[in-house]
Design a protein around this ligand. Structure first.
Ligand code: NAP
Ligand code: MG
Length: 404
């Protein structure tokens, strides 16, 4: 078989622990035999981040801006325990946070649907993608505990010296207080990322807030979406045969339960945090969830939604067998390769990405799967494969599919 050539490199961000082990296996078994793989490699493993004072993370994000498409392995976000484990110079920030701050944009999370792993909600026959706004609201709040009676105000001092002051509440006794904000620019880029992504995957877009109660804060989100939609995307949506639909968050929750899926649901930061866990667990497993960061300029960074699977890694380094699911990491590669193929007009690469995904699904549907899926499948007597054997089983299917 002739290997597929690439014209533009993918930005490859390597990571940590068990997913770093899977990363190597995926490249060796599923990519390098079939593609003259062109990547610009950045080692985001914690040791190398520490050696470079985290410069490598910044460099990898800038490379994504240059080339447009990146694929990322899961990485450790250091905490006190990791400081000791890796003798870190500093408690480096979350790489995903750093990358997001540079690229800006929205994270889209989509479950991978396969026969034999049925969603808890029977009518969800197609995946539901959550688009979560990743800036502000309660995640950048200021809080106060009130101990005694008094007045709480919302006060804004403009740079020009003018002031606006509103009474929040007259406390008769103890209570709590919270202040939060968002930015028009951030909401605008959230909206554009959602509209672009919906056009990209040709699916309807829903957006929901609580604008009936929050007449200025949430209403601003609603207005910005509507305004950008009408000015920039309405015509494109009509041409693509998809719709944009705004409703109240409670109505959206009620409707989503009755829907057949196949939609993108844009959520404010907190709603997205909560709803994405609800959606992923209802569809089966975090190990079957893909994640892509789309910047307002149209840069893409693909990854798995799960972490570095630390517990499995410690078994692996003790020489014990692991059965870690590599599907979401494989789909991060196929997503990035397909996007690269689309941008470069490389049809062979797009076909390869499709076949790679089909081979994963066909492997599972033939009853061969990792332990996490074997525990939840509706199939009888599934064959539980170890981490390496699952990837090899996918390779056998892929060879057949590519040969057809
Ligand atoms: P995790 O790596 O997602 O794993 C949590 C548990 O979920 C695992 O112990 C395992 O359960 C199950 N699991 C997750 N992915 C799986 C897979 N592919 N195959 C089979 N089972 C899977 O989360 P964590 O243990 O909380 O975090 C570990 C490290 O990952 C942390 O250092 C964290 O900072 C990092 N993290 C990185 C990212 C990212 O880079 N995007 C995201 C989240 C977390 P069992 O042990 O029961 O088998
Ligand atoms: Mg959460």
């Amino acid at each position: 078989m002739k290997k597929i050539n690439m014209t533009t490199p993918l930005v490859e961000m390597d990571g940590d622990e068990m997913t770093r082990i899977l990363w190597k296996m995926i490249k060796k078994e599923l990519l390098l035999p079939f593609i003259n793989l062109k990547t610009e490699y950045y080692d985001l493993g914690l040791e190398h981040r520490n050696e470079t004072n985290d410069k490598v993370t910044v460099d990898s994000a800038n490379a994504t801006k240059k080339y447009g498409v990146a694929v990322k392995c899961a990485t450790i976000t250091p905490n006190a325990a990791r400081m000791k484990e890796y003798t870190l110079k500093e408690m480096w920030k979350s790489p995903n946070g750093t990358i997001r701050a540079i690229l800006d944009g929205t994270v889209f999370r989509t479950p991978i649907i396969v026969k034999g792993i049925e969603p808890c909600v029977k009518n969800w026959v197609s995946p539901i993608t959550i688009a979560r706004h990743a800036y502000g609201d309660v995640y950048k709040n200021t809080e106060m505990k009130i101990e005694k009676a008094g007045n709480a105000y919302l006060l804004y001092e403009a740079e020009d010296g003018t002031c606006e002051k509103q009474l929040i509440h007259t406390f008769r006794g103890a209570g709590v207080l919270q202040g939060m904000h968002n930015l028009e620019t951030s909401i605008e880029s959230f909206a554009r990322s959602c509209f672009k992504y919906a056009l990209d995957v040709k699916q309807d877009l829903w957006f929901a807030t609580k604008d009936t109660i929050s007449k200025k804060y949430d209403h601003t989100f609603k207005d910005i979406f509507q305004d950008i939609y009408e000015k920039e995307y309405e015509k494109l949506f009509q041409e693509a045969g998809i719709t944009y639909f705004y409703t109240l968050i409670d109505d959206a929750v009620a409707r989503i339960m009755k829907s057949g899926g196949g939609i993108i649901w844009a959520c404010k930061n907190y709603d997205g945090d909560v709803m994405s866990d609800m959606i992923s667990s209802a569809f089966g497993s975090l190990a079957m969830m893909t994640s892509v960061l789309v910047s307002p300029e149209g840069n893409y960074e693909y990854e798995a939604a799960h972490g570095t699977v630390q517990r499995h890694y410690y078994k692996h380094i003790k020489g014990e067998e692991t059965s870690t699911n590599s599907v979401a990491t494989i789909f991060a590669w196929s997503g990035a390769l397909r996007k690269r193929g689309e941008l470069d007009g490389n049809r062979e690469l797009i076909r390869f990405a499709d076949k790679l995904e089909e081979s994963c699904l066909a492997t599972i549907e033939s009853g061969k799967m990792t332990k996490d899926l074997a525990l939840i499948t509706s199939m009888e007597n599934p064959a539980v494969l170890n981490s390496g054997d699952f990837i090899k089983a996918v390779r056998s299917k892929l060879e057949v599919m590519l040969g057809e």
